[in-house]
Design a protein around this ligand. Structure first.
Ligand code: TYM
Length: 326
């Protein structure tokens, strides 16, 4: 039997190259080898205020993004989290096994509470427990994510072991899957911070929907390091980040990119990088624009059915173990 991967993204607006290179690219690479489930995590998205109409639209658009990125809709399952109510149910049960200090130390919670000072709600705090429920419901072996989600996957591992210890063997203990070059794509305007949807400047990220003109402008204006040479080194964080993006999109090794720009300057490197991104996103956008809403709704309906049947079966076992009347 194939091992299983599970991962998800919040439908909270424009995806950027960081989301693609840190997560979705690896989903596409792993989907043949693994039984694959990709979720659109709308319950997570509402931990920050969402406009209902926009949330609905973003949910459909994210499904299209998965498909246009190369997720195989014949073999992989794509579904919307809120349509499989077992996620919330298992989340509640796992809440009772989670210690407050385990959530208190979460970096994403600290960052998001800084960003949304007027709305530090219990859902935002509890977010990693729901994520653990997402993962554990499906006996997931591997969770491909960016580095910022490692802490959360670690909690899922802890909760799986804790539940198994308390109630007998029930959950598979999952592992995170990370690719070094893509795990933390940094902001183009500030290589000390990760590329982020909520960055204050548009120059921070390249959205998957950006036009060729915008891409060229953003790459041209990307911060560079002192010095003139194209070096892949820890003390050159800006250029290292740009080389990582180049290498991942070009399926090359960062060291080979570095080698091929020996003796050349930033301007030439940046021009070429911009064209690599323009090509990649041009292809992506053409596929995206070809997908119609009706097909996406059908795919999500099939996904809901598959997700629901796996989750319902798991929850029967969980309810029995916990001591609920069946
Ligand atoms: P989200 O929606 O914030 O991000 C989606 C994925 O993109 C990755 N990512 C990055 N990778 C590299 N560089 C970056 N700058 C960058 N920014 C974002 C994230 O690590 C993530 O993999 N909690 C999750 C969603 C979630 C989930 C799950 C994931 C909910 N349940 C179960 C896996 C399994 C999140 O907020 O991702």
């Amino acid at each position: 039997m194939k091992k299983r991967i599970f991962s998800g993204i919040q439908p909270s607006g424009n995806l950027h190259l960081g989301n693609y290179l840190g997560a979705v690219k690896n989903w596409v690479a792993l989907q043949k080898e693994y039984d694959s489930i990709f979720c659109i995590v709308d319950l997570h998205a509402i931990t920050v205020p969402q406009n209902p109409e926009e949330l609905r639209r973003n949910t459909l658009e994210l499904a299209k993004t998965y498909i246009a990125s190369g997720i195989d809709t014949q073999s992989a399952t794509i579904f919307v989290q809120s349509q499989v109510s077992e996620h919330a149910e298992l989340g509640w049960i796992l809440n009772t096994l989670t210690k407050m200090p385990e959530l208190d130390k979460m970096t994403q919670f600290k960052d998001k509470s800084q960003e949304h000072r007027e709305n530090i709600n219990a859902g935002l705090f509890d977010y990693p427990v729901l994520m653990a429920a997402d993962i554990l419901l499906y006996d997931t072996n591997v969770v491909p994510v960016g580095e910022d989600q490692l802490q959360h996957v670690e909690l899922a591992r802890t909760l799986a072991r804790r539940f198994n210890h308390q109630f007998r063997e029930t959950f598979t203990v999952p592992e995170a899957f990370i690719v070094k070059e893509g795990m933390r794509i940094m902001g183009l305007d500030d290589p000390a911070k990760k590329m982020s949807k909520s960055a204050s400047s548009e120059l921070n990220y390249i959205a998957l929907t950006d036009s060729p003109e915008k891409i060229r402008e953003k790459v041209r204006r990307a911060v560079t390091d002192s010095g003139k040479s194209i070096r892949y080194a820890d003390d050159k964080p800006a250029i290292r980040n740009l080389i990582n993006i180049y290498a991942l999109l070009d399926n090359a090794k960062p060291e080979d990119i570095e080698q091929s720009y020996k003796g050349k300057g930033y301007a030439e490197f940046k021009n070429d990088l911009a064209e690599v991104i323009v090509d990649f996103l041009g292809n992506f956008q053409a596929k995206y624009n070809d997908i119609n809403d009706k097909d996406v709704l059908d795919i999500l309906e099939t996904g809901r059915g598959k997700g629901k049947s796996l989750a319902a079966k798991k929850m029967e076992d969980v309810r029995e173990k916990v001591g609920f009347l069946q």
